[in-house]
Design a protein. Structure first.
Lengths: 135, 166
């Protein structure tokens, strides 16, 4: 398992959000965890976006897994940066995308499909969901 | 068949004055604290809804506050009828009208999710800050919103019925 890049949000001296992008035998894993609550998350994650723009194109990726099950909270200020990351991943890959999300979470059930841009047929065709119950 | 016992009644009122004294992310602090408190008595989904409502409404106040000497008021009530979050802050008549227009547009829409989607895309294209919190409360969390204005203070209310919540 190769960690390609990593971004985090620090708040009050503590790391509160992580996005880890890993690659393993042709599979790409994008894992979100923690909470997005800061006023301007894009400021914290601009380097991650820049690295993704450099690292992903040209890479052989057969399938992608985007995992939100460890993302506990996302305020509305976080919507754009989540969309930016997702958009980059979809644009730089061609295979199927499995989205892992929490079964009982309004944000992940209602708003996440909007952020994924599922209205677009090309995106919808590549996307499947795995709903995960919280322990 | 026996009726289930009434749910715990919970009420929390927080007042902060002057608003200019706020250091750090008070929206987060209040949202997460109330989430933790509510999940002691209610299903996690209720705590999550309260967290989203408190975080978004307080964040709106902090981002749009014009008077550092003013007061922020938060009132949260929950019983077996429903969850009600009210946030009160000093606002201009123009700010009230802008908020009321958004609330009215959401109330008039028979497809708030579509309105939310369109607004999100337009605002993202211009990287506009804010403007999504209230829509999220309706489209994502099924809150009913109401806004009132009295003596230079705006009160935003988000209510969610709990009858039938597992």
């Amino acid at each position: 398992m190769n960690v390609l890049t990593y971004g985090e949000i620090m708040e009050g001296g503590a790391s509160v959000f992580h996005c880890v992008v890993r690659e393993d035998a042709g599979s790409l894993f994008v894992i979100f965890s923690g909470v997005v609550r800061v006023d301007n998350p894009a400021r914290h994650l601009s380097e991650l976006l820049a690295e993704l723009r450099q690292l992903l194109p040209g890479r052989t990726i057969d399938r992608t897994v985007i995992d939100f099950t460890e993302l506990e909270f996302c305020n509305s200020n976080g919507f754009y940066i989540i969309m930016d990351i997702i958009e980059l991943v979809y644009a730089a890959t061609t295979g199927p995308v499995l989205v892992r999300r929490l079964e009982e979470d309004d944000w992940q059930q209602e708003t996440l499909p909007i952020l994924l841009n599922l209205d677009e047929a090309a995106v919808a065709e590549r996307t499947s969901f795995e709903d995960v119950g919280e322990i | 068949m026996s009726e289930s016992p009434p749910a715990t009644r919970l009420g929390v009122t927080v007042t902060v004055a002057p608003l200019g004294d706020v250091r750090g992310n008070i929206a987060t602090l209040l949202g997460q604290s109330l989430h933790d408190l509510l999940t002691m008595f209610y299903p996690p989904a209720v705590g999550k809804k309260a967290n989203v409502a408190v975080t978004e409404l307080i964040q709106n106040v902090i981002q749009n506050a014009l008077d550092a000497d003013s007061t922020l008021g938060l009132d949260l009530r929950v019983d077996d009828e429903g969850l009600v979050v009210r946030v009160r802050n000093k606002a201009t008549p123009a700010q009230y009208e802008a908020v009321r227009a958004r609330v009215d547009a959401l109330a008039a829409s028979d497809a708030p999710k579509h309105l939310f989607t369109e607004t999100l895309r337009k605002r993202r294209a211009d990287r506009l800050k804010g403007g999504l919190g209230l829509m999220r409360l309706v489209a994502e969390n099924r809150f009913r919103l109401a806004v009132s204005y009295e003596q230079e203070h705006l009160t935003m209310q988000a209510a969610f019925p709990l009858r039938g919540t597992p």
